[in-house]
Design a protein around this ligand. Sequence first.
Ligand SMILES: CC(C)[C@H](C(=O)O)[C@@H](O)C(=O)O
Ligand code: SF4
Length: 468
Amino acid sequence: MSKPTTLYDKIWNDHLVHEAEDGTCLLYIDRHLVHEVTSPQAFEGLRATGRKVRAPEKTLAVVDHNVPTTDRSKPNPDPESAEQIKALAENAKEFGIEYYNEFDKRQGIVHVIGPEQGFTLPGTTIVCGDSHTSTHGAFGALAHGIGTSEVEHVLATQTLIQKKAKNMRAVVDGKLPDGVTGKDIILAIIGEIGTAGGTGYVLEYAGDAIRALTMEGRMTVCNMSIEGGARAGLVAPDEKAFEFLKDRPKSPKGADWDAAMRYWEKLRSDEGAHFDHEIRLDAAKLPPIVTWGTSPEDVVSISGFVPDPDKIEDEAKRLSKHRALKYMGLTAGTKITEIKLDRVFIGSCTNGRIEDLRAAAKIAEGKTVNANVNAMIVPGSGIVKEQAEAEGLDKIFIKAGFEWREPGCSMCLAMNPDKLAPEERCASTSNRNFEGRQGFKGRTHLVSPAMAAAAAIAGHFVDVREWR
Ligand SMILES: CC(C)[C@H](C(=O)O)[C@@H](O)C(=O)O
Ligand code: SF4
């Protein structure tokens, strides 16, 4: 019997091209996703040195960060965005890469369209010049973000220089209560380990509660691995993953599918495989979670209160949490359900998929958005939008007073016209609540889609477990 290995070790070993004596490795890359923000210099580098894209068929480009989510027949109001979008279109054409432009139904956030098209497959190595590439790990792919110089390296060679990470496992057992979601699982994990807790690790999620999640839920969990500091997130692929991928445009077909399945079914950590670090969580005890500060680790239960930083012993940490409170315009001891909102954003690569929109629509049906709140729904892709419209979700949202937008990153990061005004407070289904993330001086609270929809209607945070 060979030594038991983890899922990460297996995928790593199957892609290792070369290992130098100092541990520097060359890894083969199966899939490369490209977007407009982190690719222009990479293509420029290729052009400057007269190199081609090594494997155009393993590369897929899409525009997402900079596109407006309103009428796109109008010119992009931001010249820099317009420039980046134009550059991607031209680079894709020149280097022979498939590209979904802003008018293509398949366009959407890069981490939504990968799985949707069956470009994301179990056991593959996937990179993108984008930190939330960890999302694809939900399918048992080794997927992580890379920098622009690495984008150039992968375009030119289809390989990446890497050092092996350590193995960490988060075991989440027990049954999630109604109203508690994958988003709450990952926020709870980050709350527990902190934003640096996963540094140096690839983080595999296991346990009944992870198995019970849909693929959308698992993508939400893996998406935020990077907010916990991990290089990548992983879930062993199972029937749900295979079912999700079957008959997608780019999934293998016929005999190729059968051959792939024989490999995919072996993709799991062996019994007794060694993890360098392990944490455990009981899903049954989790509440809906809201972030109160400017780091994804600043989590609190919906039934809790804004914490008092004075209780923190470590001085640097105490000061930073005081600063976070001040930035957020909050006072320690305030009941979370008393925090009023100005804006609500439902979308992003964390929670902009069909299941997320269904969860929000379920809350919104027959209700009206609070008069003090501006709320918008931004589907993660054109395909998600089409599906939602086929189910009549757009009508539910519009009737309730939500704006129904075109797909893209939107107000997840304010690199497009969707932004918070200074001091506006937003319940957001995205993954980052950093200072200025959704607009200069904007205040972000991270929540699940159901929690965001409920907050839009109530005008303040409410516990979805008590929603009527
Ligand atoms: C613009 C891009 C480089 C960035 C990332 O890497 O994550 C963005 O997607 C984000 O979420 O902050
Ligand atoms: S939706 Fe947000 S987190 Fe995801 S890729 Fe776009 S900007 Fe990054």
